[in-house]
Design a protein around this ligand. Structure first.
Ligand code: G3P
Length: 218
């Protein structure tokens, strides 16, 4: 399973990259706003740190303008993955960006299995179902991941399931159990994967006993 980090915070990306935990990055207009930087500058810097796909989102809603924006974003770096919304114009842009521009596409804001089916048929590289936002409505976001997994496997669609709007470590575990290809999570959630109280307790005990031996390893 690939780990993408869902942020435009350079410091966080650098830290997770140094830990070997970043296979890619996802950004969106809200995350660019949060970063306080200019989309081109911020995205270029992220691409200089991370070798894997870095999703940068178009903000146009009409096909022709989406393609113009995609061309600008694609020039930022070779590992830019163009993010388009799950609309008819977005799906049309997805097909063009994949076939004529030969670039990676992440189709975002997916909330149903049929939407994911359309994205796969449009040749999307990644589909981004937003599990946390589905949970917010009282439904189970992970059910959608399982449905998409089944549909993509039924027809051997190569589109990768990029579990997004991840809020908890349990989302990561469930996505992995279902067989999602990628999870994109905020830095704090990725770092929280390591935590277990029994690890902390066990380590404290080992260190206390070791101190009593009076020995040194190095
Ligand atoms: O990956 C999509 C993400 O940025 C949205 O997350 O928590 O705003 O639903 P959230």
């Amino acid at each position: 399973m690939k780990f993408f980090v869902d942020t435009a915070d350079i410091k966080e990306i650098r830290e997770l990259h140094d830990l070997g935990l970043v296979d890619g990055v996802t950004t969106n207009p809200s995350l660019i706003l949060k970063s306080g930087g200019n989309i081109t500058d911020v995205t270029k810097e992220i691409c200089s740190i991370v070798e894997g796909p870095v999703s940068a989102e178009v903000v146009a809603t009409e096909y022709g303008q989406m393609i113009k924006e995609a061309e600008v974003l694609a020039k930022i770096a070779d590992n830019i993955c163009i993010k388009v919304p799950l609309t008819l114009d977005g799906l049309k842009a997805c097909r063009t960006i994949r076939t004529s521009m030969n670039r990676l596409v992440n189709v975002t804001l997916c909330f149903s299995a049929n939407q994911a089916l359309l994205a796969a048929k449009a040749g999307a590289t990644f589909i981004s179902p937003f599990v946390g936002r589905i949970d917010d409505t009282g439904s189970d976001g992970m059910e959608l991941i399982a449905e998409i997994r089944q549909i993509y496997d039924n027809y051997d669609f190569p589109t990768e399931i990029l579990t997004a709007s991840v809020r908890t470590v349990n989302h990561v575990k469930q996505a992995a159990l279902i067989g999602a290809d990628v999870v994109t999570a905020p830095p704090a959630t990725l770092k929280a994967l390591v935590s277990h109280p029994l690890t902390d307790k066990g380590l404290a005990q080992f260190l206390a006993d070791w101190a009593k031996t009076g020995q040194k390893i190095a």
